[in-house]
Design a protein around this ligand. Structure first.
Ligand SMILES: C[S@@+](CC[C@H](N)C(=O)[O-])C[C@H]1O[C@@H](n2cnc3c(N)ncnc32)[C@H](O)[C@@H]1O
Length: 379
């Protein structure tokens, strides 16, 4: 198997992030290790300096059915109070928008958000647009099925860049792969900063619903090989790849393939890719030796593997690092993303904090960073 675009230069994420983002010091993060009690998901600084308007930020959370940060909710209610036309805009551009009404974004979530708005607006005697009540009426008559949709929007927030079906339960049919996990959202967000000339085809391991691989293929107009081993997950993965028009017409550069880490044979593998990606695949220590073996084999032909891990258990992360070393692989970069900021290595001129609020929002009751590993074959 040949690599697609052999690159004599070593692939590094840090300079790409640094050149894409202005350095921003998050004092709160440094002082408290945590930015804001009421809105712990995006730091104050990241919120303030993000030029994106409130409505677009809100739309991103709403379309991806992600819990709306309290701070954002407060700011939106405040804006409605100052200007009643804003409530109208919110109702038309978000709750009743074509994007929202033509997809099955979790109805229970939409209902709860609209109810929360109505309560806040009525409390302050702010006139509530009829269309908000009308939408609530429609939603109250709808019942969520077993699968719901998440939509992620483009840079301007007016088009869907990628959409996914996922199970309403994080664990269903005996697998974790039917729902979207934090690391896949953060990995997709990271790739907003990676120029498309750095790769032409990626392979994703343990794709699950396929958020990272599919979003990267859509944003960067590149090919993707989405892989998993569970039959139900592979079916959902195919459905999501089709939904995003990556497969279906027979001519495509993207594929969905079964790849079991425990029985991978490189000689049988016919899908070249110049980058390997994986999100939230480091959770079961018993699988790490097989996973690292697959990385070792694929890295004979690919220049780097970018693995995004949610830090749930320090033990699994160090076990992963141990297996990488044992597989003769090198971690050339390792950094965290949390509260909408990357924490890169501190240098003489930089404290290492780079704000990059996510276009792939994710909510978890357990607050923990995503750790990115850039893994390469030892030279
Ligand atoms: C926690 S989920 C993460 C899914 C997705 N990457 C995400 O972050 O949303 C772990 C994924 O690894 C897959 N997986 C587990 N063991 C595997 C194996 N032996 N071979 C291939 N995939 C495996 C599961 O089917 C599941 O889709």
């Amino acid at each position: 198997m040949e690599s697609l675009t052999p690159d004599p230069n070593t692939f590094r994420l840090t300079p790409l992030i640094q050149s894409a983002l202005k350095r921003r010091t998050s004092k709160k993060c440094q002082e408290n290790g945590k930015p804001n009690e009421t809105d712990p998901f995006v730091s104050d600084k990241a919120h303030q300096e993000e030029e994106e308007d409130l409505l677009i930020q809100f739309k991103r959370y709403f379309c991806s059915a992600t819990k709306i940060p309290d701070k954002l909710m407060e700011k939106l209610v405040e804006k409605c109070r100052e200007n009643s036309e804003f409530a109208e805009e919110l109702s038309t551009d978000v709750f009743n928008s074509e994007i929202v009404t033509s997809h099955n974004i979790r109805y229970q979530f939409q209902t709860n958000v609209i109810k929360k708005f109505l309560a806040a607006l009525e409390k302050d005697d702010v006139p509530v647009p009829d269309s908000m009540f009308d939408r609530l009426g429609v939603l109250l008559g709808l019942k969520d099925g077993k699968f719901v949709e998440k939509l992620y929007l483009d840079e301007k927030g007016d088009k869907v860049v990628a959409k996914f079906s996922e199970s309403v339960n994080q664990l269903s049919m005996g697998t974790t792969g039917l729902s979207v996990w934090q690391a896949s959202c953060d990995l997709a967000n990271l790739f907003r900063l990676i120029p498309s000339n750095q790769f032409s085809r990626v392979i994703e391991l343990g794709s699950g619903c396929g958020v990272s691989g599919i979003a990267i293929a859509k944003m960067k107009n590149c090919g993707v090989v989405l892989t998993d081993y569970d039959e139900n997950v592979l079916n959902l993965l195919k459905e999501n790849a089709e939904k995003n028009e990556l497969i279906g017409d027979g001519e495509e550069n993207s594929k969905v393939r079964c790849l079991d880490w425990c029985s991978f044979d490189l000689t049988e593998w016919k899908e070249p890719a110049d980058l390997v990606i994986a999100a939230d695949v480091v959770y079961d220590s018993a699988l790490l030796s097989s996973l690292c073996n697959v990385l070792r084999l694929l890295l004979r032909h690919s220049k780097a593997a970018i693995v995004a891990c949610t830090l749930r258990n320090e033990g699994s992360i160090s076990c992963f690092e141990h297996h990488l070393k044992f597989s003769n692989l090198e971690v050339v970069e390792k950094f965290e993303y949390e509260y909408g900021e990357y924490r890169l290595e501190t240098t003489e001129n930089s404290d290492g904090f780079y704000a990059h609020p996510s276009h792939f929002p994710f909510f978890s009751t357990i607050q923990t960073p995503t750790i990115f590993f850039n893994v390469q074959a030892k030279k």
